[in-house]
Design a protein around this ligand. Sequence first.
Ligand SMILES: CC(C)(COP(=O)(O)OP(=O)(O)OC[C@H]1O[C@@H](n2cnc3c(N)ncnc32)[C@H](O)[C@@H]1OP(=O)(O)O)[C@@H](O)C(=O)NCCC(=O)NCCS
Length: 107
Amino acid sequence: MTRYTYVDSYGGNVGFFSISPVPGNAEVCVIHDVCLNKNLRGRGLAAKFMRHRLHLAKTLGYKMILATVVETNLPQIKTMEKFGWTKVDPSIESERTGNRFNLWVYD
Ligand SMILES: CC(C)(COP(=O)(O)OP(=O)(O)OC[C@H]1O[C@@H](n2cnc3c(N)ncnc32)[C@H](O)[C@@H]1OP(=O)(O)O)[C@@H](O)C(=O)NCCC(=O)NCCS
């Protein structure tokens, strides 16, 4: 796992995320722990942040990217759809949090 800081001309360090390779296939990764600084949410930065993550993952050589998203996370889901991610149904309930989430795939 590698943790990255998202630096943007908008305001320096504006968020962070992690990329982990999937065991057994060096061409597939998981992007996780995606977080935009709280005070910068709701201003339309999600798309730019997503473009940055996808560009980095592709530059690192990954051909397929996986992520999980809680099904009530509307800003994230809207951004996934805008960038052409595919949602895998059905959703699954987390025993830990009680939230339902889906796996999403980008290739
Ligand atoms: C997820 C996250 C990166 C999104 O960033 P954001 O700044 O909140 O999102 P934006 O304001 O750019 O909104 C993204 C889109 O969702 C839309 N949106 C926002 N709230 C919405 C709602 N309640 N219903 C429907 N659409 C909504 C916006 O209009 C925007 O659409 P557009 O690009 O067509 O204008 C940010 O909220 C975050 O870091 N959240 C906490 C951690 C997290 O949830 N990480 C992701 C885990 S998978």
